[in-house]
Design a protein around this ligand. Structure first.
Ligand code: ADE
Length: 251
């Protein structure tokens, strides 16, 4: 898989993408993540990427042309399955969306900045707008890092034990059951006996009961899960077939 991230502040992405599981997944060739500075696609001396809004409101607007040039140059190299714009207006990111995106071959994530992006670029290039929550960040970089992280950890081989991604919270619309490690008794508190029983079937049943109980108590909304409404320009919600091949494949 390949993820191209377009930003005006590439520095913000260095550490989130360059450490831990994301670093390992890139080193193993499971994913190629390439960060592009939108200013590199400007043609003027000042490398201008924003301008005043028509209509006179406060704040600056990301200009369409530098972003279009960046996307055009990427699209000349390969096909992209989704061109995502990070914005508080977007559909709320969740585990279903992470699963869906993890099946794709190549995606672009455009980080929003300033007051927003010229609507004409949104209308003509963007296939999906994603929000990571109902709050406003100073820019879309942290949102892009969250989205990329949630995708990459799902790629087969990205985390040591693949089972552990499958048993994450939300993966089956349930919160994860509680977990314990040694010692079996800590400050007078014992690990539930069933976990020490050595009986895998009993343990699985207990974990499922715990997951159900936790979900009902803490996130009853998950039990009535309805898929994120897809935007008219977005692809269907169905999980697509995983694209074969590695990141730098030109398609
Ligand atoms: N940019 C600013 N706020 C955002 C949010 N909540 N989600 C995604 N991108 C954003």
């Amino acid at each position: 898989m390949r993820i191209d991230i377009l930003t005006v502040v590439p520095e913000l992405l260095v550490s989130p993408l360059g450490e831990s599981i994301l670093k390992r997944a890139q080193n193993k060739g499971l994913v190629e993540i390439v960060v592009h500075n939108i200013r590199d696609y400007t043609t003027d001396r000042h490398r201008q990427v924003d301008d005043y809004p028509f209509g006179g409101e406060a704040g600056m607007v990301m200009m369409a042309e530098p972003v279009a040039r960046a996307i055009d140059s990427l699209r000349a190299e390969r096909h992209y399955d989704e061109i995502i714009y990070t914005s508080p207006d977007g559909v709320r990111h969740d585990q279903h969306e992470a699963n869906r995106l993890s099946m794709m071959g190549n995606i672009i994530i455009l980080c929003g900045h300033y007051k927003g992006l010229d609507q004409r670029l949104r209308d003509t290039y963007i296939t999906r707008e994603i929000s990571i929550g109902d709050y406003v960040l100073t820019g879309g970089e942290l949102a892009a890092a969250v989205i990329a992280d949630s995708i990459v950890r799902l790629l087969p081989g990205a985390i040591g034990d693949e089972e552990s991604a499958l048993s994450d919270s939300f993966q089956d619309d349930l919160l994860a059951p509680p977990v314990y490690t040694r010692p079996a008794e800590w400050r007078g508190l014992r690990v539930p006996d069933v976990l020490l029983s050595g009986n895998p079937a009993l343990i699985r049943d207990w974990q499922h009961e715990q997951a159900m109980e936790r979900t009902e108590r803490l996130r009853p909304d998950l039990l009535k899960y309805e898929p994120t409404p897809s935007r008219e320009q977005s692809n269907s919600f169905e999980l697509p077939r995983r694209e074969g091949g590695t990141s730098n494949e030109v398609r």
